[in-house]
Design a protein around this ligand. Structure first.
Ligand SMILES: [Zn+2]
Length: 458
């Protein structure tokens, strides 16, 4: 009996925290993700997990009982989406070593660390493109259950490809017949993945690659495909890949004429073919490699340490101690001059670009990669800030078919909202210091400081 009273009492004590169920974000300029004119002096009422009403200080007085959070002087916007992350890697330079040495720490340490780092960077939703199946499902579900903090995750699980590279069988599945292709897709679908990731489709037989896409679509899953080689793009278009990743074509100056023609045919038949053609160019790692090599200070930012064991941190740090010696990046300086042209061609072809970063690759930390990508889009590639923001909010949600729930700050959506001091539309790289992070109505970061109790699940 005493125990029960004690329990009740501690429950009541904890109420003021949990009962901050109704919140009002008041005063900031709202960029709602729909591309329309920003709303000045905005008011966003949040009830529990969802956005109840959106208005302005003039049109929407805050009713009694709401916890008021000032966003004065800030840009308020939907939580960012990063459509190409790798939770299982965390900046280490040696994949062959990492994939074996850390495999049994992916689900317990590495992936949760990557996830919380993304969340604190303002990424409230991310798409993971390649990790062991069980680990992927487990980490996603633990985040959704509130056991560990992180973005809402869309998981591909293992890559589907012609043949797994030696030593990568845990997260790459080879396919050796159309029947095998269907079976592998079914195994992934049965396990509950959110998307199918396909690479090297030009190395499969046409029938195998076609079976992957057909079966995925039959199971209600979209297919993401690499675009490293012209033939990967041609094949991908022929079999109906929904979203291409990377700019590709190594150091070649541009997409060939016939590929451009195919792309334009595809974007012209969007509705028939299941919507626009999406493309996640992941340019920043390539664009900034030489800069990072010569100005490596950002690598010492301890934002990427969160959630990692000391020995892991030391291991990653030593692997990137000499950025100029990383074999991974030796071709990068030759690729860099081609990136502007390729982005320009993609925009001319009418594809819908999505923000994705390959977060986790050597020197690319989850706490930095998303704003880095946005910075290069806007300040190098000349993409208008509003368009770049939509590519990291509305369009990813639309692609994943969840635009009615996420991706915009509109009444009825989940309250995934970030806020940043200053004008993000004018200075996109303010996003390197996200001051406020809310996911599903829960505040994980405020005044630039992580809310440790929330991150601990209290
Ligand atoms: Zn990747």
């Amino acid at each position: 009996m005493n125990r029960l009273i004690l329990l009740l009492f501690s429950f009541i004590l904890s109420l003021p925290l949990a009962a901050a169920d109704k919140k009002a974000l008041v005063g900031g300029t709202l960029v709602n993700g729909l591309g329309s004119i920003p709303i000045l002096d905005s008011v966003i009422l949040i009830d529990g997990e969802t956005i109840e009403k959106v208005g302005t200080v003039e049109t929407l007085p805050v009713p009694d009982g709401y916890l008021i959070i000032s966003t004065d002087g800030m840009t308020v916007m939907p939580g960012l989406w990063d459509m190409h992350v790798h939770l299982m890697i965390n900046g280490h330079a040696d994949y062959a070593y990492w994939d074996t040495e850390y495999l049994d720490r992916f689900a317990s340490e590495i992936m949760p660390a990557s996830a919380v780092q993304l969340l604190l960077a303002g990424v409230t939703t991310a798409r993971d493109l390649g990790a062991p199946l069980d680990d992927s499902i487990e980490v996603r579900d633990r985040i959704n259950a509130g056991e560990i903090p992180g973005p809402r995750m869309f998981m591909s699980g293992p890559f589907i490809q012609h043949k797994a590279y030696p030593g990568t069988e845990a997260f790459r599945w080879g396919v050796d017949s159309p029947r095998d292709a269907r079976e592998k897709v079914n195994r992934l679908a049965d396990a509950g993945v959110d998307i199918i990731k396909m690479v090297d489709q030009d190395e499969m037989t046409f029938e195998e690659s076609q079976a992957v896409v057909e079966q995925a679509h039959k199971r209600g899953l979209k297919v993401v495909g690499h675009s490293h080689r012209p033939e990967e793009i041609r094949r991908g278009l022929a079999i109906g890949v929904d979203n291409f990743e990377h700019t590709g074509l190594a150091a070649a100056p541009e997409y060939p004429e016939d590929v451009m023609t195919l792309l334009k045919e595809r974007t012209a038949t969007g509705r028939v073919r299941g919507g626009p053609l999406y493309w996640t160019p992941t340019v920043e790692g390539l664009w900034n490699y030489e800069y990072t090599r010569d100005n490596p200070e950002a690598l010492d930012n301890d934002c990427w340490h969160r959630g990692l064991e000391d020995d892991t941190i030391a291991d990653i740090r030593q692997s990137i101690a000499h950025p100029g010696e990383l074999l991974y990046f030796q071709l990068t300086p030759k690729r860099k001059p081609t990136l502007k042209r390729k982005i320009q061609q993609l925009r001319e072809a009418g594809v819908v670009l999505l923000v994705g970063t390959d977060s986790g690759i050597p020197m690319k930390f989850h706490c930095q990669s998303t704003w880095h990508e946005l910075d290069v889009w806007v300040n190098v590639m000349g993409i208008p800030a509003m368009e770049a923001i939509q590519a990291a909010t509305y369009w990813p949600a639309k692609f994943m078919g969840v635009e009615e729930q996420w991706g915009t700050v509109v009444a009825g959506r989940y309250a995934d909202i970030i806020a940043v001091k200053g004008d993000v539309l004018r200075y996109i790289n303010l996003l390197q210091n996200v001051d406020f992070v809310m996911k599903g109505g829960t505040v994980y970061k405020q005044n630039g400081i992580p809310v440790e109790a929330r991150l601990a699940g209290e």
